[in-house]
Design a binder for this molecule. Structure first.
Ligand SMILES: NC(=O)c1ccc[n+]([C@@H]2O[C@H](COP(=O)([O-])OP(=O)(O)OC[C@H]3O[C@@H](n4cnc5c(N)ncnc54)[C@H](OP(=O)(O)O)[C@@H]3O)[C@@H](O)[C@H]2O)c1
Length: 275
């Protein structure tokens, strides 16, 4: 990649764009004046970003000429139109797409091979810099450039390089993961209220139990199974509860839910690819 001025050009001024800009400016990794943003019509969103983070508004797509990286943060259905506006100014930049389900083949087709395509799948916690972003690179992205992109995306949480054919599985695990975990938390919260907790106290105790469990797993370097077995003494309270979960095939249901999400991701991807 030949440097064109070190700028990052962000297409889209929505939630994903804001998470990206917040992450990369927060630790001083990228000076805000090196970031230019453009959206389709809503000036208020653009002004919010420039006022909130000190980034610059792009005057037009032609500003892409000063950028080494183009970040595409538009809805999947808007990708082709956005790239057709960017096309005249693409010339070897790294094109980082956040659009769920839009494959490298489409990015390469829409950019007519004038940019090196990178497909990412971030999850919602990128909004609080605690996300997980899976990253699939096209073959023309070199090792050094991959490192630059991964370091940049690590500012939003964790970033993991993946082969593209794992993206549907990633969508099911980390993309839908917060939804699945919240479904389980909801069920525990409802049960806590039904045994006499106030909703506020139930949530407070549940959240500290959750963060405490994650921290213990991390600090003691245990697998979830190992930690569960430490908590679960034979004939004890946890064993009584887990016995009910096993009899009701909760483990199998969770497996089926992950599979269903991955299959749905594949179906949605095929729909985008046809457009
Ligand atoms: N938000 C997340 O946490 C998250 C997580 C994973 C993946 N993603 C992916 O990130 C992408 C963006 O999501 P979002 O939640 O940020 O959506 P959003 O809030 O709706 O923002 C989309 C932005 O794209 C702009 N846009 C649309 N077409 C454009 C064009 N032709 N040229 C320039 N700008 C254009 C819109 O401009 P106007 O407002 O002017 O219409 C808007 O600012 C999606 O593909 C989504 O799959 C998001």
């Amino acid at each position: 990649m030949v440097s064109k001025g070190g700028e990052i050009f962000v297409i889209g001024a929505g939630s994903m764009s804001e998470a990206f800009i917040r992450g990369i400016t927060k630790g001083g990794v990228v000076p805000p004046e090196q970031i230019r943003v453009l959206n389709k019509s809503r000036r208020d969103k653009l002004e919010q970003l420039t006022a909130g983070y000190g980034v610059r508004q792009a005057t037009s797509f032609s500003d892409i000429q000063h950028a080494d990286i183009v970040a595409l943060a538009v809805k999947p259905a808007d990708v082709s139109q956005a790239l057709s506006s960017a096309l005249p100014f693409l010339d070897g930049q790294l094109l980082i797409s956040f659009a769920a389900g839009v494959g490298l083949a489409q990015l390469e087709r829409d950019s007519e091979g004038k940019a090196a395509a990178i497909r990412t799948m971030p999850n919602l916690p990128v909004s609080v810099s605690a996300g997980t972003t899976a990253v699939a690179f096209s073959e023309d992205v070199g090792r050094e450039e991959r490192t630059v992109v991964l370091r940049l995306l690590e500012q939003l949480g964790d970033a993991v390089e993946m082969p593209e054919d794992m993206m549907d599985a990633v969508t099911a695990l980390s993309g839908s993961g917060p939804g699945f975990l919240c479904y389980m938390l909801e069920a525990i919260e409802d049960a806590a209220v039904s045994v006499g907790f106030t909703p506020e106290l139930a949530r407070r105790m549940l959240l500290t139990t959750l963060t405490g469990t994650v921290r213990t797993l991390d600090e003691w370097e245990l697998s979830p199974r190992e930690l569960r077995l430490r908590v679960m003494s034979p004939g004890g309270t946890t064993a009584a509860g887990v016995d009910v979960l096993e009899k009701n095939q909760v483990r199998q249901s969770i497996g089926k839910a992950i599979l269903a999400a991955a299959q749905r991701s594949e179906e949605l991807g095929r729909t985008y690819a046809k457009r």
